[in-house]
Write a new protein. Structure first.
Length: 88
C-alpha cells in the first residue's frame, strides 16, 4: 500500500483534421441523391470527377509556341492577300 495516491498521466488524444475536397463533394452528392447500393453509382461519380479534372488541366496549360506561330503566319498571309487585292 502506498501512502500517496499517484495519478496516472493524462493521455494525449490528438485527432488530426484533414480537409478532403473530393470526399466532401462525394458526401454532398450522396446526401443529395440518397444512399444507392452498387458500384455503378460510385463509378459514375468517379468518371464525372475525372472528366472535370481533365478539363481543368487543359484550361491551365499554356498555348504551344508552334500553334501561335502558325496562327500568326496565317493571319499575316490573309492580311497580305487582302491588301494586295484591295489596291487593284
Amino acid at each position: 500500500m502506498a501512502f500517496f495516491s499517484v495519478r496516472k498521466p493524462r493521455r494525449f488524444e490528438y485527432k488530426p483534421r484533414i480537409y478532403d475536397k473530393k470526399k466532401e463533394e462525394l458526401e454532398a452528392l450522396k446526401s443529395k441523391y440518397g444512399e444507392i447500393e452498387g458500384e455503378s453509382y460510385k463509378r459514375r461519380i468517379d468518371f464525372r470527377q475525372a472528366m472535370n479534372e481533365k478539363k481543368n488541366e487543359k484550361l491551365g496549360k499554356p498555348i504551344p509556341a508552334t500553334k501561335i506561330i502558325l496562327i500568326m503566319s496565317l493571319l499575316m498571309l490573309a492580311l497580305y492577300l487582302l491588301f494586295t487585292y484591295i489596291e487593284k
